[in-house]
Design a protein around this ligand. Structure first.
Ligand code: PGA
Length: 258
């Protein structure tokens, strides 16, 4: 269905560090990610540390080609929102990309409409939103995967201009595969990515071919290359396996060899 070769979208290997690490270990991991990225020309690289580690990680990544990401944000620019962080604050601290609607946040109450607001807020602040979508196990077993993906993607990108869309990325992360050791097969990933791409192309025409669609969910060195090479997969969003320098490096090297 796509008339733009997949190579037009450089791969992205991204590490979502979730609520892990301490300053010293976050710094060391960032240094290892920077060193691994320097070894390989090829896929883009990004890490998503916890808010409190952003400044330290930014320093550790200085001069490297690893992008600094955040795991979420508030939708407003500023205001009386105790405990929240705005996309503008993230940009100010050196962040260039932010996850929107990770399933662990959807599980604690983020709706499709909220995810859309967060993506728009990220764009307003000049950040690249990575819009995360994916079905639960119950939804997959009820054969509702396609319906869920269509809804999540179309609400999230609704009202964006083609220019906005060119600054968006998406991640297909089946909820049942996150942190469970169960990974989607390459065929499952391809078919889900095809649905996501189809929504984008139906809404935006050719511009819908632009955004990268990552796969996430128990990606590790042993399966990353195969997943990343699956048709329609433009990279990986890695949780657990991004917390060890050597395994993140192995995933990155595998992306180049594959
Ligand atoms: P996992 O997490 O690799 O540990 O399954 C992926 C994610 O939640 O982004």
């Amino acid at each position: 269905m796509s008339n733009v070769p997949a190579t037009a979208r450089p791969k992205l290997v991204a590490g979502n560090w979730k609520m892990h690490l301490r300053i010293a270990t976050a710094r060391a991991l960032a240094e290892q990610a920077a060193a691994a990225a320097a070894e390989v020309a090829g896929p883009d690289v990004a890490v998503f540390p916890a808010f409190v580690h952003l400044a330290t990680v930014r320093e550790a990544l200085r001069g490297s080609r690893v992008a600094l990401g955040a795991q979420t944000s508030h939708e407003k620019q500023e205001g009386a929102h105790t405990g929240k962080v705005s996309p503008e604050m993230l940009a100010d601290v050196g962040v260039t990309t932010v996850l929107c609607g990770h399933s662990e946040r959807r599980q604690s109450g983020e709706t499709d409409q909220m995810v859309r607001a967060l993506a728009r807020a990220a764009l307003r602040a000049g950040l690249t939103p990575v819009i995360c979508v994916g079905e639960t196990l119950a939804e997959r077993e009820a054969d509702r995967t396609e319906e869920v993906l269509r809804r999540q993607v179309s609400v999230a990108v609704d009202g964006l201009s083609s220019d906005d869309l060119s600054r968006v990325e998406l991640a297909y992360e089946p909820v049942w595969a996150i942190g469970t050791g169960r990974t989607a097969t390459a065929a499952m990933a391809t078919s889900a990515h095809r649905v996501v791409r189809d929504v984008l192309v139906s809404k935006f025409g050719e511009a819908g071919l632009g955004p990268r669609i990552l796969y996430g969910g128990s990606v590790k060195p042993s399966n990353a290359a195969e997943l990343m090479n699956s048709e329609g997969v433009d990279g990986v969003l890695v949780g657990g396996a991004s917390l060890e320098g050597p395994s993140f490096r192995a995933i990155l090297l595998g992306a180049v060899r594959s």
